[in-house]
Write a protein that binds this ligand. Structure first.
Ligand SMILES: [Zn+2]
Ligand SMILES: [Zn+2]
Length: 239
């Protein structure tokens, strides 16, 4: 299982960081968790066959996590017409919005473009990747996703209300190889406390707001029972 960090910024892009988007590769198939940036361009630049992208999973309906869907769906609608990813959205109105955008351009979406609404629990399983959704309280219809492939487990927290309120409890129940924790809305030091007793091997702070740099610097000097670090655009992680 390989993770490619396409965009790791907080809600606003920065000169060297784009908005939230992570690509998963497993057994020659590709998946996205969030698409806050024009990921279709990354698929093409990397020489990936667009038909090998099998799933897109949006954590919640904020622009910095899903705006890239508009261009992605636009291109598979008219050009890469054999592409048939399952597009899992936290509320189906996102699909209605993309249909409306196409209509506004004078076109329409082909029937074979498949949107599904996130279901709490196992929301997707194609035999290569299994995705379990955990509701969070960041906003209406927000979810964390546990992605499992090749015997590895990666938890994407999505945006949270606060780690002490809605951190997915699965980190205490199952061994997680990697937790990708959002660090935009609260000091990452709160997450450190929550993860003290978690069965976690590695933590990457993602979606980091620069106001927390001082805390992150302090935390880097702490001892953790897990490997600890920050994500950045272009980072690749193989599990
Ligand atoms: Zn966000
Ligand atoms: Zn958000």
């Amino acid at each position: 299982m390989r993770l490619s960090f396409i965009g790791t910024s907080h809600g606003v892009p920065e000169p060297f960081r784009r908005c939230s988007c992570t690509m998963i590769e497993a057994q020659g198939q590709y998946y996205f968790i969030d698409m806050g940036t024009q990921a279709i361009e990354d698929v093409i630049r990397r020489g990936i066959d667009v038909n090998d992208v099998k799933g897109i999973f949006i954590t919640h309906p904020h622009s910095d996590h899903c705006d890239g869907l508009v261009s992605y769906v636009g291109l598979i609608n008219w050009y890469f017409t054999k592409a048939d990813p399952t597009i899992v959205v936290p509320q189906i109105s996102i699909a209605d919005g993309i249909r409306g955008w196409q209509k506004g351009l004078g076109g329409s979406l082909r029937d074979t473009i498949r949107f599904e609404e996130t279901k709490p629990g196992v929301t997707y399983d194609d035999g290569v990747l299994k995705v379990t959704a955990y509701p969070t309280q960041h906003c209406p219809n927000s979810f964390a996703y546990l992605a499992e492939a090749d015997g590895k487990k990666v938890l994407f927290t999505g945006d949270l209300r606060h780690p002490t309120v809605d951190f997915p409890q699965v980190v205490y129940e199952e061994e997680i190889d990697l937790v990708i924790v959002e660090s935009a809305h609260f000091s990452p030091e709160h997450t450190e406390k929550v993860l003290e007793n978690a069965k976690v091997k590695r933590v990457l702070h993602n979606h980091v707001y620069s106001a927390w740099n001082e805390e992150l610097g302090r935390m880097a000097k702490h001892q953790h029972h897990y490997q600890y670090g920050l994500s950045y655009d272009g980072m690749e992680v193989v599990l």
